[in-house]
Design a protein around this ligand. Structure first.
Ligand SMILES: Cc1cc2nc3c(=O)[nH]c(=O)nc-3n(C[C@H](O)[C@H](O)[C@H](O)COP(=O)(O)OP(=O)(O)OC[C@H]3O[C@@H](n4cnc5c(N)ncnc54)[C@H](O)[C@@H]3O)c2cc1C
Length: 365
């Protein structure tokens, strides 16, 4: 580093980021866009997550991620036992990127921009600590929990042009349950069994759902498992892990409660941090969701909690009512009043009206 560069750095305000996951590294990758803040990533590497896929719809603020996607699908389906809704978008394809690839790209950019990486905080004074460690989960909170694997079949069985976002033709006895299937090629796909419910299922439940899906719907029982992934995502607005620190990413309210999606919203949150940065001031981190969205998500989650049997009808009606572009915009937090009206009109009325008057005790959506 030149003397000039190290002098500039000395004038910058020090910001530590706890954790080296999606939010911290996506922010650090853009360190060169901050003129007055200097970042250090603190991660003891004791809680490193396994590689997995981040799915998102291509949007203007995700150009870099879209360019690095392993695959994009211009068509997607939502399937219930009695309906199949297919939607398409040329402008907003559904995209899949590998966690490890994205984080490594971010790390390289951060290093080039002079970001420090340390296993522990240094004793020096910092202006601000951004905490990306996951928030604590409250008992009874709605969860998105899933387990699955990438498989390779010995013959062509998948339609690689179309992502299956939700296929409800699976066991609904434990709450809202669907199969998520991303076909990377005619022989290779990520297949996950996903539930929205407050209780995790025993591991064999997800496994047998996938095996059944592959056998009965796809028509194969001979395949190789090449990679596994599983996760638990809180579907609620949780308070930050440490109230004295500034939460960022999932710990800063970036998870969209109704969908569990966070990758796209984390990038939006970072855009907002950069746009609002002021010399000598701590960075402002806001939830990337509007109050209205969070209010509507709360109602939606109460319906799903109390009437999981309605989920196939709700999701197919939603996909049916919206165009592919509208669907992508809605799930990316870009819905305007017209789109929300279309959606509300598509929903079964009574369960939503009842949920409107139900309380949201202890933040359990
Ligand atoms: C398997 C999985 C699949 C997902 N798929 C999608 C998807 O398809 N689309 C989507 O939009 N979202 C998805 N999500 C949700 C969301 O995008 C991710 O959880 C995202 O990684 C959140 O980013 P983050 O930076 O807040 O947290 P993380 O990326 O989890 O980073 C947290 C960091 O904190 C560190 N850490 C954790 N605990 C401690 C501790 N006690 N002490 C010190 N450091 C600690 C970790 O090592 C990590 O570096 C998925 C989540 C999971 C788990």
């Amino acid at each position: 580093m030149s003397d000039e560069a190290s002098n500039d750095m000395a004038k910058q305000m020090a910001v530590d980021c706890l954790g080296a996951g999606c939010a911290s590294l996506s922010l650090a990758a853009r360190a060169s866009e901050f003129t007055d803040h200097h970042f250090t990533i603190i991660d003891p590497e004791t809680h490193k997550a396994d590689d997995h896929i981040w799915g998102f719809w291509a949007m203007p603020w995700l150009r870099e991620a879209s360019d690095g996607a392993r695959k994009q699908w211009f068509k997607w389906r939502i399937i219930s036992p009695d309906r199949m809704i297919e939607r398409s978008s040329q402008d907003h394809p559904y995209s899949a990127i590998h966690r490890y690839e994205w984080l490594e790209k971010c790390r390289q950019k951060a290093l080039a921009a002079g970001v420090n990486f340390q296993p522990e905080p240094a004793s020096k004074q910092v202006l601000q600590i951004l905490d990306s460690r996951p928030p604590s989960m409250k008992d009874g909170v709605m969860l998105q929990h899933f387990s699955g694997y990438e498989i390779t079949a010995d013959r062509d069985v998948f339609d690689s042009t179309t992502a299956i976002l939700m296929d409800f033709r699976c066991d609904q006895s434990r709450g809202m349950h669907f199969i998520y299937c991303l076909p990377f090629s005619a022989r290779n796909a990520l297949v996950e069994s996903t539930l929205f419910s407050p209780e995790l299922a025993p591991e064999p439940f997800y496994d047998s759902a996938i095996r059944r899906y592959l056998k009965e719907i796809i028509g194969i029982d001979d395949y190789r498992i090449t990679r596994r992934e599983k996760g638990v995502i809180p579907m609620a607005t949780l308070p930050p892990r440490d109230p004295n620190l500034t939460g960022i990413g999932a710990n800063g309210g970036a998870i969209r409660p109704s969908s569990g999606y966070a990758f796209s919203f984390i990038q939006k949150q970072i855009d907002q941090i950069i746009a609002s940065a002021k010399p000598g001031q701590p960075l402002t981190v806001k939830t990337p969701h509007s109050r209205f969205e969070l209010f509507m998500d709360g109602i939606f989650l109460r319906v799903i909690r109390h009437h999981p049997e309605l989920a196939p009808q709700i999701f197919t009606a939603m996909a049916d009512r919206l165009t592919g572009d509208e669907f992508a915009l809605f799930l990316s937090g870009e819905a305007g009043a017209r789109l929300w009206t279309k959606l509300v009109l598509a929903m079964p009325k009574w369960p939503f009206i009842c949920a409107l008057f139900q309380s949201d005790k202890a933040g359990k959506s």
